[in-house]
Design a protein around this ligand. Structure first.
Ligand SMILES: *Cc1c(COP(=O)(O)O)cnc(C)c1O
Length: 422
């Protein structure tokens, strides 16, 4: 459930009309709902076993105001870079609730995380383990570590967000993992605390999770037999969200939580989770204005002022996003089909193809839904298009949580070398 609903014929974010917001901040802009973030976070916390750490995967949406909203609810963070670590700490997420994932952590990043005193490192390879051992020893510390295992499970999601099969760069294959643990146990800078697994994103079935977690449970038995002290299980993120009304919606968090409880009972491990999309996706929309309606030979194009540089998911993952008119259409009004495209000079700058929508004209507003995760964070300024603002709504209140970039900002990013400046 989300808090973007029509009221008196206009799409609102909680108590704020999106048409009035568009007048105030201009288009395009991202708009987030505090109540939706909070609801999703709470639903997940209540679904998983009590005492679990819910470490929000901040790569989904790392706006500081969003992080602060979640921090105040008690969320931890899953970070995948030194930059994300800095943002999580700046937002007030306690270091003791931060886990550090990712295949390419540098020694500098490891040092910052060790100095901050994070909860755990999810280590993805043996060379990374050696580097972490070295950095930890140089600081006179022991790094709390889980090894991310790759369970070779097909999550049946888009190839670009699959991470748990043997072909991907992620994790350590089970065939090598036992040896890696034995190796880690001999390192003075490493304290083995558990096992980590994350098999992909936008997973819409329970079965791949259950298969992976069952393999992990068996592996915990093996590791304990080898003498390792396994007290934590990090089960990653990846639970999918409904991007469109379908008769096969992703599993409810409560169903997922019940499965986790069943599979991990008797293990006596503290669990952690890294949901990103589940918390953020349906907590945000991208509001855009129709520039032109272009009549084509084969179809009509709705050319809007948002482009693939603002929201890349359709171009990158062939993702479906619902698109609605900000002014509520009258019941029974016609729904012509449009290709909804942006102004960027790329054929892939296409948000929807042959999409039935209310009849729209130049100047009308549309909202691209489910844009709260992997939206603004993946935006860029290709075609010299300034990054669009982000607005956070809280009841009747709203605030610009990231201002729109200006042309001056764009120009100021570049430097002219000496030989060109005279
Ligand atoms: C991306 C990622 C997540 C979050 O995935 P979602 O599908 O957004 O829940 C969690 N853990 C790791 C290691 C990731 O890379």
């Amino acid at each position: 459930m989300n808090h973007f609903q029509y009221k008196d014929g206009v799409l609102c974010a909680e108590g704020v009309r999106l048409d009035l917001l568009a007048e105030k901040v201009g288009t395009p802009f991202y708009c987030y709902s505090t109540a939706t973030f909070a609801r999703h976070y709470k639903v997940f916390v209540e679904a998983v076993p009590t005492g679990s750490l819910v470490a929000y995967a901040i790569k989904a949406n790392d706006n500081l105001a969003v992080l602060k909203t979640l921090a105040q609810l008690g969320a931890g963070a899953d970070v995948v870079s030194g930059g994300e670590l800095a943002k999580a700490l700046a937002a007030g997420i306690p270091a003791g609730k931060i886990v550090f994932s990712g295949v390419g952590k540098t020694k500098d990043e490891m040092r910052s995380a060790l100095e901050a005193g994070i909860y755990q490192f999810n280590v993805e390879s043996e060379p990374e383990l050696a580097a972490l051992d070295e950095v930890a020893r140089s600081l006179g510390k022991r790094a709390p570590v889980t090894l991310r295992v790759n369970p070779d499970v097909d999550a049946k999601t888009h190839a670009k967000i699959t991470t748990g099969t043997a072909e991907t760069k992620f994790g350590i294959p089970f065939s090598r993992a036992r040896e890696a643990y034995a190796h880690a146990a001999r390192m003075a800078g490493i304290e083995i605390v558990g096992v980590d697994v994350h098999i992909g994103s936008q997973i819409t079935e329970l079965e791949p999770f259950e298969t992976a977690f069952t393999r992990v449970r068996e592996f915990v038995g093996t590791l304990r037999g080898d003498g390792h002290n396994i007290t934590r299980l990090d089960l990653g993120g990846g639970l999918g969200v409904p991007y469109e009304n379908s008769n096969m919606p992703p599993p409810d968090p409560s169903v997922y939580g019940a499965m986790v409880a069943r599979v991990t009972k008797d293990l006596g491990c503290t669990l952690s989770f890294e949901p990103g999309r589940l918390i953020a996706a349906n907590a945000g929309v991208l509001v855009s204005k129709v520039i032109y309606v272009k009549k084509g030979e084969a179809k009509d194009f709705l050319i809007i002022d948002a482009g693939m540089n603002d929201l890349i998911r359709p171009a990158m993952y062939e993702a479906h996003h619902e698109i609605v008119a900000v002014t509520e259409p009258k019941v029974g009004s016609p729904r012509p089909r449009y290709d909804v495209v942006g102004p960027v000079c790329e054929t892939s700058d296409l948000f929807a193809s042959s999409r039935p929508l209310p009849e729209l004209k130049s100047g009308d507003l549309v909202a691209i839904l489910s844009a709260g995760a992997y939206g603004a964070v993946m935006a860029g300024d290709y075609n010299a298009r300034p990054r669009v603002p982000e607005v956070l709504v809280h009841g009747e209140q709203w605030g610009i949580v990231r201002p729109r970039e200006t042309y001056a900002d764009l120009i100021a990013k570049d430097r002219i070398p000496d030989w060109l400046s005279s």
